[in-house]
Write a protein that binds this ligand. Structure first.
Ligand code: ZN
Length: 162
């Protein structure tokens, strides 16, 4: 496994819509493993392939209950709403208040192409929705109101980290 570079805002690759994976290849499995390792090193709870500059529908998550790899993930059911502050490894140094569905049912494939289906709430629910946003080119700054967004963008561009 190897550590990958996490690309940062305003890299345009973060805004691309990622493509569905029809056939899981060895390189996709390796990418998911590398993403997990990269996530742990950066103390994140989730990462999406576009954050590595790769426009494929692959996400990895670990909210403390062990690693989850999801290929072609989707939310199939939503209930309630929950608002909370979220950070992102591609947007270092900022937190954004985001309103999301409270409980979700999600679906996807594991690294072997087996269908995974589950229910999530709390941090896991938030993380899955956050990472799926990345696959659609959406970032947490998009949830801020226009004035806050301007402030956050300025702050991000000043961060020496990107
Ligand atoms: Zn993120």
């Amino acid at each position: 496994m190897s550590i990958l570079k996490v690309i940062k805002y305003p890299n345009p690759l973060l805004r691309r819509s990622s493509r569905h994976i029809d056939l899981i290849k060895e390189e996709d499995k390796r990418l998911a493993d590398d993403m997990l390792e990269t996530m742990y090193l950066n103390h994140g709870v989730g990462l999406a392939a576009p954050q590595m500059g790769i426009s494929k529908r692959i996400i990895v998550i670990d909210v403390g209950d062990g690693p989850i790899k999801l290929i072609n993930p989707e939310v199939v059911e939503r209930r309630g709403s929950a608002t909370g502050d979220e950070g992102c490894l591609s947007l270092p140094g900022i937190m954004v208040t985001v309103k999301r569905s409270e409980k979700i049912r999600y679906k996807g494939l594991d690294g072997d192409g087996k269908v995974i289906e589950g229910e999530a709430e709390g941090l896991l629910s938030k993380a899955i929705q956050h990472e799926i946003d990345h696959l659609n080119g959406k970032l947490v700054v998009d949830y801020a109101n226009p004035i806050k967004r301007l402030f956050l963008k300025k702050k991000l561009l000043k961060t020496p980290n990107f």
